[in-house]
Design a binder for this molecule. Structure first.
Ligand code: MRU
Length: 329
């Protein structure tokens, strides 16, 4: 199920807000539509918003043909639509850097590369899983979140297809329920056995259900391995460390921010109190992401293989690796 695509004079997207109730395909025909779809999480997941943003910039190039200043202002608005996932800024900058007329080709290339990258991430992960057992994840990292086969969820689906009898415990992922609404939906689609838990049940699930591995995605990874991901990931990582369970982050190179030495510099999006509060006057702190210290991460599953500590060296090495070539058609 494609989550984003280019559609003549619009950017198409699967409205993730409607899932799993309805499969609703929409079209963004203006830059405002593109920004709104990203802000409201109609399109979400770090790689997917990167691809959608890239197509959005191609749309802006068409709308602002002959008006470079208008085009760049539109691209800047798309780039700023959400702050934490570095994939958005990375993809917008890639499209901005190409000669006039090549924007859509570059956006399509980013999309095609993600499909290839996701397959490589899944391939790199299969050996990490036992032949059978329980695993756990947080948030949603499947095909709809990446525009390809998924990252962490793509690993589970690939392991399942390779004959491993994995059972996935899925954190519901408060407050917007990406786990309950999207991950459960995608695991059912992939035929992977799964069980939904509330976020606060993650620790007892590790204690009582013999969890063999935790795999999550990421929105931005600093040079020391500090990892921003959906709020709640940090607590899951602490619980995994307490129980001696390996905690993996599956993410493409485009999610690494080589300009940041540590997670302290990662901008954390704070979202509306209305997503959380029950009583109208309650004060609310609603960070959409948290930062898991790199020392709690057992390994990063990337398209270049699994990175092991010390991450300062492994991530410095990743920075200088050549871009993975596209598969031969
Ligand atoms: O706010 P969201 O739903 O966009 O947050 C998404 C996540 O935190 C994902 O885990 C991350 O983007 C990786 S998606 C492959």
């Amino acid at each position: 199920m494609d989550s984003v695509w280019y559609d003549g004079d619009a950017v198409g997207f699967l409205d993730q807000r409607a899932l799993p109730r309805a499969v609703s395909r929409e079209r963004a025909t203006t830059v405002d539509d593109v920004v709104e779809a990203i802000r409201t999480l109609a399109v979400r997941g770090a790689p997917a918003i990167g691809i959608f943003g890239a197509y959005g910039v191609a749309l802006a190039a068409r709308i602002h043909a002959g008006d470079r200043a208008g085009y760049e202002a539109a691209a800047a608005r798309i780039r700023a639509a959400r702050p934490t996932a570095v994939n958005l800024a990375w993809a917008v900058d890639r499209v901005l850097a190409v000669p006039t007329g090549d924007e859509l080709t570059e956006a399509s290339r980013i999309h095609e590369e993600q499909r290839d990258v996701d397959r490589r991430i899944a391939d790199a992960s299969v050996e990490l899983f036992p032949p059978s057992g329980n695993v756990l994840t947080h948030c949603n990292t499947g095909p709809i979140a990446t525009g390809g086969d998924g990252t962490a969820l793509g690993c589970f689906i690939a392991a399942h297809r390779a004959g491993k009898a994995l059972h996935v415990f899925v954190d519901e992922t408060r407050p917007l329920l990406q786990g309950a609404r999207l991950t459960m939906f995608e695991l059912h689609e992939g035929g992977v056995p799964c069980t939904l838990i509330v976020d606060s049940a993650a620790a007892i699930t590790m204690q009582r259900k013999s969890i063999r591995a935790v795999v999550v995605g990421a929105d931005r990874i600093a040079r020391n391995g500090d990892t921003a991901n959906k709020i709640g990931t940090y607590g899951v990582a602490i619980a995994a460390a307490h129980h001696g369970i390996p905690f993996y982050v599956a993410a493409p190179r485009s999610t690494f921010d080589f300009t940041l030495e540590s997670g302290a510099g990662i901008p954390i999006e704070e979202r509306s109190p209305d997503e959380v509060r029950i009583a109208p006057d309650d004060a609310v702190f609603n960070p959409a992401f948290d930062v898991t210290p790199g020392r709690l991460v057992t390994g990063f599953i990337t398209e270049y293989g699994v990175l092991a500590p010390p991450y300062a060296d492994a991530i410095a090495d990743l920075e200088h690796r050549p871009r993975i070539p596209l598969p031969v058609a």
